[in-house]
Write a protein that binds this ligand. Structure first.
Ligand code: UT7
Length: 321
């Protein structure tokens, strides 16, 4: 059967680290509150010359190196972001040009924090249908550029970064590697719980992030547990079969609550929220790459990716590495 195999991954972070103490010097918050409520201790914030595009290019280059692939052989780039360098052209086309993958298909996709899951789902469908052979799938964000740095309920939660995977369509046996199942959902009824208060066609500004955190939290735990079960049911596996869960890194408490709901031991959950905070579409591929490079995720492992974000959007994907 034709499946999308993960051939390599890469990630990138800005140079500057901002600690909770740094933020406490600017807004009415504390290291204790942030750690207790979110698990976050620091985040990376883009400086001059660092953009969603530059981070995506670095992550993409590292993923291509890890895959040992000639950039020219990449015929699809899907870049998930809510913070593109420009409204258009797509940041994906900038990545395409910088990496030398010109000529294939390249586009941005917007599903905020679930963006990477959506990008993976779209790329996987295009690879399995024969529309493309080799894909670079990227999640990249500079949320620091759309934060209200005076709003303590949001500015302490996010960071910048990028993560990427190279996927290739290949004929594999039933028990072979590749993406096994992806489920994606949206519910626009909840637009107003997590949004940006601006945009090109409304205010002609980029706007700032606004969130009703407690309500997002409540929906996240329920929606994520449901979609994980949906994916497992489709492939006839249970949570006990999963070697690693790579969740969207929004809040350590959401990660713990979701794992508990599914009966997953916490040591199977990859957590980078402490160091990276919430990097929106970048968080899943960034955490995946960290765990591949430190040797936790190994070839043959069954890995569940999951995310939930503005829209609401949410999704999960099960793959054998
Ligand atoms: O990536 C997309 C998905 N996003 C998420 O999944 C985020 C989901 N939500 C969350 O992670 C949590 O709801 C938050 C971390 C955002 C907030 O945690 P919480 O336990 O839900 O706190 P809360 O919003 O109920 O606020 C509790 C108190 C409030 O004070 P009062 O009203 O009880 O006096 C807030 O004003 O904490 C206060 N507060 C803060 N205090 C110090 C809110 N932000 C801060 C802060 N520092 N940064």
């Amino acid at each position: 059967m034709i499946r999308s195999i993960i051939r390599g991954s890469g990630s990138a972070l800005p140079k500057r680290v901002v600690t909770n103490a740094d933020l406490a010097a600017k807004v009415d918050t504390s290291d204790e509150w942030i750690v207790e409520r979110t698990g976050i201790r620091q985040r990376y914030i883009a400086g001059e010359g660092e953009t969603t595009g530059t981070l995506a290019i670095e992550a993409g280059r590292k993923a291509l190196e890890a895959a040992g692939m000639d950039p020219k052989s990449i015929d699809l780039i899907v870049l998930a972001t809510a913070t593109p360098d420009q409204t258009f052209p797509s940041t994906a086309t900038k990545v395409q040009d910088a990496l030398g993958c010109n000529g294939g298909t390249a586009f941005d996709l917007a599903a905020v924090c679930s963006g990477f899951l959506y990008a993976l789902g779209v790329a996987d469908s295009m690879l399995r249908s024969g529309m493309a052979k080799r894909a670079l799938v990227i999640g990249a964000e500079t949320f620091s550029r759309i934060l209200d740095w005076e709003d303590r309920t949001t500015c302490v939660l996010f960071g910048d970064g990028a993560g990427a995977m190279v996927l290739e369509a290949a004929d594999v046996p039933e028990d072979g590697p590749g993406v096994l199942s992806t489920k994606l959902h949206s519910d626009g009824e909840h637009n107003q719980l997590l949004y940006v208060d601006g945009g090109p066609s409304t205010t002609q500004t980029v706007g700032k992030v606004r969130m009703k955190g407690r309500e997002v939290f409540r929906h996240a735990v329920v929606n994520l547990a449901e979609v994980l079960t949906e994916v497992l049911d489709e492939v006839g596996l249970t949570a006990a079969d999963v070697d690693w869960v790579v969740p969207h890194q929004a809040n350590a408490r959401i990660l713990d609550a979701t794992a508990k709901k599914l009966g997953l031991p916490p040591e199977k959950v990859i957590k980078t929220v402490e160091l990276h905070a919430n990097t929106s579409a970048a968080s899943v591929p960034l955490a995946f790459d960290v765990a591949v490079r430190d040797g936790r995720i190994k070839p043959g492992d069954l890995v569940m990716l999951e995310a939930m974000g503005g829209g609401f959007t949410w999704g999960a994907s099960l793959l054998r590495y």
